[in-house]
Unconditional design. Structure first.
Length: 319
């Protein structure tokens, strides 16, 4: 039976939430099938720097990544070779925009490339399966026109505009592994996901508009086989309530994870069996903290892989 976002969110008021658990020491929710890249907060600051883990103990190491003070939304190609991330530096002068550079790295050779020139911002990068192309939002910071959705080759050549400036604010696009489709949040209401065919530019709704509840959708991302999309659904007006949902290409909900904390930025494991999610919460009404949890779809198990003294977010998962 088809289950819509609206029908599932009818039960969100009774959410039980995810319980905090110790750091992983094994089990089926470990990052054993690949590498998880993520941002780890710098203590006593608002900055976060790119890290990576490869083992079940989550012994994270810093990834050498640009000269900025804050790294933003890393994205790894499924094959594990290519990585993209934003790098933010303070503005060089009063009244000037921050330097928000988009970098890519060949993790096999160590070659780092600044994809866009200074003064041009790149956001929400996402790769094809083999890393030959990537999609992202592009914006000349000195141009008031706004972001445009583009797709280009790995080295920045062959750039093609998919949606012009003025039509992509808040869309959070994600490129399918085969490079044929882009899923994004429909604007201005943020209550529906749409899919754009890259070759033709045709656009169609993936999920139906929510009627019974006002819902804010965000962070869609394709599964490794391109057959499903995971995303975050948040009922408007209900603080600290989120739902991670997985729909197939017909918009039918296949999996859901309810939580009473703020959840963002799901990331699929390379085998498609797990999803890493960032959760934001305030333990005992103290300092806000973020952690990455891994949700096993088959069993529904949810386990934290962030050590208790750290604050991590923005996961991306590759081989």
């Amino acid at each position: 039976m088809r289950r819509t976002t609206a029908s599932l969110l009818a039960s969100v008021l009774a959410v039980a939430g995810c319980k905090d658990v110790p750091t992983l020491a094994g089990g089926d929710a470990t990052p054993q099938s690949g590498r998880i890249y993520f941002n780890r907060a710098v203590p006593l600051s608002s900055n976060a720097l790119l890290h990576m883990t490869t083992d079940a103990e989550f012994n994270a190491t810093r990834v050498t990544a640009g000269a900025g003070t804050r790294h933003d939304r890393p994205a790894a190609a499924l094959n594990g070779r290519y990585l993209a991330w934003g790098d933010v530096e303070p503005p060089p002068a009063t009244g000037a925009p921050s330097n928000h550079r988009l970098y890519t790295e060949d993790r096999w050779t160590g070659e780092v490339r600044q994809l866009l020139p200074d003064g041009v911002r790149g956001l929400y990068p996402s790769w094809t399966r083999d890393g030959d192309r990537l999609a992202y939002l592009r914006n000349d910071l000195y141009d008031a026109a706004g972001d445009e959705l583009v797709i280009s080759n790995r080295d920045g050549t062959g750039l093609r505009v998919i949606l012009p400036a003025g039509e992509v604010e808040g869309t959070m696009p994600s490129l399918s592994p085969d490079g044929r489709r882009i899923v994004l949040v429909s604007q201005p209401t943020s209550d529906r996901l749409d899919v754009i065919e890259v070759a033709t530019g045709s656009r169609a709704a993936l999920t139906a508009e929510v009627e019974q509840y006002s819902v804010y959708l965000r962070d869609p991302i394709w599964s490794p086989d391109g057959e499903q999309v995971a995303f975050i659904a948040r009922p408007t007006g209900l603080a600290d309530t989120s739902m991670v949902q997985v729909v197939d290409r017909q918009g039918v909900v296949r999996h859901e994870l309810k939580t009473t904390v703020y959840a963002t930025r799901p990331a699929w494991s390379p085998d498609g069996r797990r999803i890493a999610v960032c959760r934001e919460f305030r333990p005992n009404s103290g300092v806000w903290r973020r952690e990455i949890v891994v949700w096993t779809l088959a069993s529904g198990a949810v386990q934290s892989i962030t050590p208790a003294h750290d604050s991590d977010c923005d996961p991306t998962w590759s081989r």
